[in-house]
Design a protein around this ligand. Structure first.
Ligand code: MLT
Length: 255
């Protein structure tokens, strides 16, 4: 079985991933924030590809059941309830039971592209939940073997970013390690090999990887240094959220 890492969503168009089991990563910060929101009790996150789409979506909800969250140039969007800092989504009194309509520059679109390309539900991954996602992907692959496995990076303005590839590499290590023990070692395609190399180089230095990246430095420059510290935590949450084509929820791919 092939295992690959796609460095940007545009790579989805170049590789036929129909029927592949995929996870999407946007460490800074979209997927880290979605994972945190769901771990804090949010009912669902709706990844939107436009601010107008998010506003339309939340219109069907009362103030007690729906929230607008997201960013433009790293800052909260005027008129939204929350920005895109994972720290804003830690409080269950704020997000508990709520449907969150989220728009971000790269991450929300990447989730939609990944689902469009694979045609099946995709996992939402970050450093915060990488082992849970790797285990869920392997379990699914054991139950009904897909054509391949892939981690799709959101990147930054269409370009690769090290923090996403680093996280993808750690997931590749988990997938290859566990399936290797079972004698089913996947075939690591070039993207997976490059990502695994970056992961090996930066292992246990996740914060350094985030603070040395362009987006990490940008976020620090506008006052979000604490977001990098939080998003750099590995396996903070044992959850594997799934985007089913409409919303991101906690649950099984095959549910
Ligand atoms: C993105 O989607 O580009 C990021 O999540 C933006 C951010 O939160 O800084």
């Amino acid at each position: 079985m092939d295992l690959d890492v796609l460095f940007t969503p545009s790579c989805v168009g170049e590789l036929d991933i129909r029927g592949w089991r995929c996870a999407v990563v946007d460490v800074l910060r979209a997927t880290s924030t979605m994972v945190t929101a769901l771990a804090s009790g949010a009912a669902a996150v709706y990844p939107c590809v436009a601010i107008a789409e998010a506003k339309e979506g939340v219109a069907g909800y009362s103030r007690d059941s729906g929230l607008l969250g997201g960013e433009e140039r790293g800052e909260m969007i005027p008129g939204f309830d929350l920005g895109n800092s994972p720290l804003e989504y830690l409080d269950g009194r704020v997000v508990g039971g709520k449907a969150i309509f989220s728009y971000t520059t790269n991450g929300t679109g990447a989730i939609r592209v990944a689902h469009g390309g694979s045609g099946v539900p995709v996992y939402v991954a970050s450093l915060l939940n990488l082992s849970a996602v790797a285990s869920a992907m392997l379990e699914d692959a054991g139950a009904s073997p897909p054509r391949g496995l892939a981690v799709i990076c959101a990147g930054r303005y269409g370009r690769p970013c090290p923090e996403d590839i680093f996280c993808a590499g750690l997931i590749v290590e988990k997938l290859a390690g566990v399936s290797g023990e079972r004698g089913e070692r996947p075939h690591l395609r070039d993207g997976a090999q490059i990502a695994a190399g970056l992961a090996a180089a930066g292992e246990s230095h996740s914060l350094d990887v985030l603070t040395s990246s362009e987006h990490g430095r940008f976020l620090e420059s506008i006052g979000f240094a604490e977001d990098l510290k939080f998003a750099s935590r590995v396996d903070e949450y044992p959850i594997a959220p799934v985007f089913d084509g409409e919303r991101v929820v906690l649950g099984r791919l095959d549910a």
